[in-house]
Design a binder for this molecule. Structure first.
Ligand code: 6R9
Length: 567
């Protein structure tokens, strides 16, 4: 395969001004991501190029040119502005992967408001804590998700508008609800784009931590500088590519590389909103002649499981380049893809907080299956000694993955949580919260997380959030949530609970509790296994020893238990 340059060439004299120059951005200028992803591409002569091919349930197909997405962004932006939404207001997107989700993203940014994308699979409680924390002023949603919004509305004094994109005019609108139909709206040819500057806030993504409620990661418009160049170099996007990022924009991958990266490069992308099935995915690649595919290990493992026979039924020869993110990509998956597609999935490592790819198998670089690759040019990545926080120089020794906090798309804060934000920086390093080793050729090898956050199929789940929800169930006395090994998702959620007096353990109660969590949080956070206990292991100071439960699940040594309470 022909690549246009090598990693070493790109490392030489690297400077982010390379990206700034390509984007014709100069320090102090206006930089609005919404404009860059649509208006600028039209000005570059690509107004009639397809920006989005969409396929939804029931075979619905739609397509939009860059001029269409420019106009749609204008219409939505103008509609919100007319409601009184202004710059820095938080606007939540709570939709399935329908075109309105992608186009509203641009519209919100165009007026300088902060876009807060959330998974539409979230239950009312998950939605509530994120809207409450961000003091969100408007939410854009679909009819099917309204019951969840209506349920929590009275507890959200800052939420003024519920914008419904598919109002059917049969049922009357209720409190705070307004209808906006994109297809029926009058195209807005010209609008005043908000003059965002480098540090103007852009996207607010919520991510789970070990303790406390999820944290809102605040990004700024200048993040474009990182997202543009990493999309161009790592995803190797070229003008005639047909690109498919399988991530939902509720996850940072779905915005940084499912909207901003590709569209700022003027690339055609495809969206499939029908959920996962190997058959459907291969058919989609074949139908749209997808050339670049960015996905995640769990999906890749599911495809492997579906078998190679089904692949033979499809012409997948259009695929030119593959990459993966979200969790460790096992070497088997790399080897499998090489065998099946003739090219390996290239592993990329990054986080909501980093905003863009940090460690990567750069196109053309020798792939060591199981390794995450090397830092992107301009990124100083190290592993630190967990005691001294000094970089480890010895190859193969495990330490904490850390980065020099000087790249354009690093988060600017955790929303209203200065304390947690400051904890992420030590000795002038940004701490990722992950562990790895670096080999003698500079390749990073992922080891695991440095906290209790559960990574199930690429989705981060906070044990705290699940425990809190469990405690709201009338039968649950105490709860402890840990990761349990799983073949497909690598980790799944396991809950240990004690019951309140008068409740009897059993499969019916287990099912009831699981459903309770699913409705409140999301299907992803639902425990796959609930174990009843007489009492939970605790330290003498009364803290639940999750470490012990974790070790039990993973068959590991339980370590020091001197603080374990025993009566
Ligand atoms: C983009 C994204 C970040 C956490 C990260 C790490 C895990 C991501 C990985 C990986 C092993 C990879 N992670 N990529 N682990 N290999 N290539 O995933 O953001 O949802 O914030 O998750 O995911 O633990 O710290 P986010």
């Amino acid at each position: 395969m022909q690549y246009l340059f090598t990693y070493e060439e790109r490392l030489k004299n690297f400077d982010w001004s390379l990206s700034e120059n390509e984007l014709e951005y100069k320090k102090g200028n206006i930089i609005n991501i919404g404009w860059y992803c649509s208006d600028r591409i039209c000005l570059k002569g690509k107004a009639d190029k397809i920006a989005l091919f969409y396929e939804g349930f029931g075979g619905i197909e739609k397509k939009y040119t860059f001029n269409d997405i420019r106009l749609a962004g204008n219409s939505i932006g103008t509609f919100l502005r007319n409601l009184g939404i202004k710059n820095d207001d938080r606007v939540c997107l709570f939709m399935d992967r329908i075109p309105e989700l992608y186009l509203s993203f641009l519209g919100v940014l165009k007026i300088g408001a902060i876009v807060q994308p959330l998974f539409s699979a979230f239950g009312d409680e998950s939605l509530f804590v994120r809207l409450e924390n961000a003091q969100t002023r408007a939410i854009i949603t679909q009819r099917k998700h309204l019951p969840k919004v209506r349920k929590i509305l009275d507890r959200l004094p800052y939420l003024e508008f519920i914008v419904i994109v598919d109002h059917n005019k049969i049922k009357p609108l209720e409190k705070k609800e307004v209808a906006f139909n994109m297809e029926e709206s009058i195209p807005v040819e010209n609008m005043e784009i908000f003059p965002a500057h480098a540090e103007s806030p852009s996207v607010l993504h919520y991510t789970s931590g070990t303790t406390g409620q999820p944290k809102g990661v605040k990004h700024v418009h200048y993040s474009l500088i990182s997202q543009y160049l990493t999309a161009k170099w790592v995803l190797d996007l070229r003008d005639d590519d047909i690109y498919w990022c399988t991530a939902d924009p509720g996850w940072v991958t779905g915005t940084s590389y499912g909207i901003i990266g590709p569209w700022s490069l003027g690339i055609t992308q495809c969206v499939l909103d029908t959920g996962f099935s190997a058959q459907a995915w291969y058919r989609f690649i074949e139908k749209y002649r997808i050339t670049m595919w960015y996905s995640a290990p769990t999906a890749i493992r599911s495809l492997m499981k579906a078998g190679d026979e089904i692949i033979k039924e499809h012409d997948l020869s259009s695929l030119r380049h593959l990459a993966s993110v979200g969790e460790p990509l096992n070497s088997e998956a790399v080897i499998w893809s090489e065998k099946i597609f003739g090219k390996p999935f290239l592993d990329t490592f990054w986080q909501t907080e980093t905003g863009s790819i940090m460690i990567t198998n750069f196109p053309g670089m020798k792939v060591k299956p199981g390794s995450m690759g090397k830092p992107f040019p301009g990124i100083t990545g190290v592993v630190l000694d967990p005691k001294t926080y000094q970089p480890i120089t010895e190859p193969g020794k495990i330490g904490l993955i850390a980065f020099k906090p000087d790249w354009p798309s690093i988060m600017r804060s955790y929303w209203n949580n200065k304390e947690k934000y400051e904890e992420k920086f030590v000795n002038g390093w940004y701490l990722s919260g992950d562990k790895a080793s670096i080999d003698n050729e500079g390749y990073f090898w992922f080891v695991g997380r440095d906290d209790d956050v559960i990574n199930t199929g690429g989705h981060l789940v906070s044990p705290f959030e699940v425990e809190s929800a469990l405690l709201e169930h009338p039968a649950v006395g105490e709860s402890a949530v840990v990761a349990k090994p799983d073949e497909l998702n690598m980790e799944v959620v396991k809950a240990f609970i004690t019951l309140k007096p008068g409740f009897t353990p059993g499969p019916d109660l287990e099912l009831e509790i699981m459903n309770f969590i699913r409705k409140k949080l999301s299907p992803l956070a639902m425990p796959q296994d609930i174990e009843y206990m007489e009492k939970l292991p605790k330290t003498r100071s009364g803290k639940i020893m999750r470490r012990l439960l974790h070790a039990k699940e993973w068959g590991e040594d339980i370590g020091d238990i001197s603080t374990l309470e025993n009566d």
